[in-house]
Design a protein around this ligand. Structure first.
Ligand code: ASP
Length: 514
């Protein structure tokens, strides 16, 4: 029962009179299950890590109501190690992959691939924002809920929309690449009472008059990933145009990118334990979940519904229409990346895992995955865009601020910009939210109304962000297949070698020796 016989008939070799039939060992159902189990062991363990982390967190919380920051730090320690390992890979992987992928393509093909990816990003982000706006206007989670009912937590930044957009543009062109690896540019507004005393008495009454605020510029801690992406794209294009002279440099980046993928294949095995401790420590340090859900439950539900529709209906549908392939297997093959995104709440930290899933399980051409994934992880955040739109309009509803069609259009544009500007790190969307709030005339400090549930929503939106990037890469690869094949047919030695090297390290982590 359950035995399938497979036989492969080989054509006779010259001088070999008889066709030779080779009987492959029959595969029993048990063997098949074992193979399937082996291939998905790590993903199953990682899912168990998330669930186990939840159980552990709530059990520890029940055993002792208040946990000191030191105790939480001990629980988080292993999770931090895992996160650091992934974070350490981000910059070398991102820079080398983009440079190597773009440098190995000719300019026409790389601009076609780039154009397709950007079109997909713009289309899906716009759709995400649109869904968010429709849902928040239908469900109206903030109506009949005064802001005084909601506990404010955390603090906010005091900047304007113009500052946020200009910071985004400044960060695209870092003055110092080494510094960009560790710091990013930021405008800081500080109130200067002495200046206020000098202004016209009528103006003085308005504390927010422009004369009394100093504009300072500072570099704050945190990698300027956007700046590094822009530079890598430019360097890749330059190498592609240099011909023979650029080849040695291209080789360095190719080799570096490959090395980072090898390390990723090792680090990935830390995921189950890493996410277990990340999730459990987060549960230990959170506010009382009951209060939070009673205050913000409907808002939470609206965002979650939107994320689910977008991540599991809209973008898979776009993928299916574009590729005429079923998205289920593709998404199932990305499970490891999806769980990592949920566990780390960071699309940048999940990037190595997403690229490994894409190349080794979905067999995506690495010239596409290494080109579009790092860019997608930096600028394409559908989940964040949807959340920004819902959150801003939710706060407007809570504060009873009327908003018309004009505001809705402005929210759509700023939510899209805010998602592009948000870094792929935990709760970055909250920081860029300020400019979306500004468009409906709300003060920056109103983000404190939604901070309580943000850590949890962040995990869901990061999952959708990562899924959106992966499906986009799959779609772009499909649309570019003919051109890539034509490049291979030209006998481009580099691309042929790349395919071979990909095949060599394929399935290193998804095929567990059993
Ligand atoms: N945590 C998100 C990400 O890394 C960004 C955000 O929405 O806060 O994709």
């Amino acid at each position: 029962m359950g035995i399938e016989e497979t036989s492969h008939e080989l054509r006779p070799l010259s001088g070999d009179p008889q066709p030779r039939a080779i009987k492959m060992a029959p595969q029993t159902r048990a063997q098949k299950m074992k193979k399937c189990f082996g291939e998905n062991l790590l993903t199953m363990l990682t899912v168990a890590g998330v669930v186990g982390g939840g159980v552990l967190g709530f059990t520890l919380r029940a055993s002792k109501p208040i946990w000191t920051p030191r105790e939480v730090m001990y629980v988080q320690f292993i999770g931090d190690l895992f996160l650091n390992m992934l974070k350490g890979l981000i910059i070398p992987l991102l820079v080398s992959s983009i440079v190597a992928a773009i440098g190995s393509l000719d300019l026409t093909l790389s601009s076609k691939i780039g154009f397709r990816a950007i079109t997909y990003y713009v289309a899906t982000t716009t759709l995400a924002v649109f869904q968010g706006i429709v849902l928040v206007n239908v469900i109206k989670p903030g109506k009949n809920q005064g802001s005084s009912n909601i506990t404010r937590t955390g603090s906010s930044r005091n900047v304007t929309t113009a500052d946020t957009l200009m910071d985004l543009a400044r960060n695209m062109f870092p003055p110092n690449l080494l510094q960009a690896a560790t710091h990013q540019y930021r405008t800081v507004l500080s109130y200067d009472p002495s200046k206020n005393d000098q202004v016209d008495p009528i103006l003085r009454q308005d504390r927010y008059n422009l004369y009394s605020w100093n504009i300072d510029h500072e570099f704050t801690e945190g990698s300027n990933v956007l700046g590094l992406v822009v530079f890598s794209v430019i360097l890749g294009i330059a190498i592609g145009r240099m011909g023979e002279l650029g080849k040695p440099l291209l080789k360095v980046f190719e080799s570096m990118s490959e090395a980072m993928m090898v390390i990723t294949n090792w680090v990935i095995w830390m995921s189950p334990v890493g996410v277990l401790f990340l999730v459990s420590s987060k549960i230990l340090s959170m506010e009382s979940i009951g209060t939070v859900i009673s205050q913000l439950g409907l808002y939470f539900f609206t965002v979650l519904l939107g994320l689910f529709c977008h991540g599991f209906i809209v973008i898979p549908l776009i993928y299916t229409v574009g590729t005429r392939k079923s998205p289920f297997k593709f998404i199932a093959n990305m499970s490891q990346a999806i769980v990592t995104a949920f566990g780390t709440a960071s699309s940048s930290a999940s990037l190595p895992v997403s690229m490994a899933c894409l190349e080794e399980k979905n067999h995506c051409d690495e010239r596409v995955s290494r080109f579009v994934m790092p860019i997608g992880a930096t600028i394409n955040m559908d989940g964040t865009a949807l959340y920004e739109a819902v959150a801003a309009l939710f706060i407007a509803q809570v504060r009873n601020v009327e908003y018309g069609f004009g505001n809705i259009v402005a929210v759509s544009i700023t939510a899209t910009m805010a998602s592009i500007g948000a870094a792929g790190i935990p709760q970055a969307g909250l920081v860029t939210m300020v400019m979306v709030l500004d468009t409906v005339g709300l003060p920056a400090e109103d983000v404190t109304l939604i901070i309580a549930v943000d850590w949890l929503l962040d995990r869901f939106r990061t999952t959708v962000n990562v899924l959106g990037d992966a499906l986009g890469a799959g779609l772009v690869e499909h649309l570019s297949k003919d051109e890539l094949d034509a490049l291979d047919a030209l006998g481009e030695p580099e691309s042929v070698k790349k395919k071979a090297s990909n095949a060599n390290h394929q399935n290193e982590w998804c095929n567990t020796p059993m």
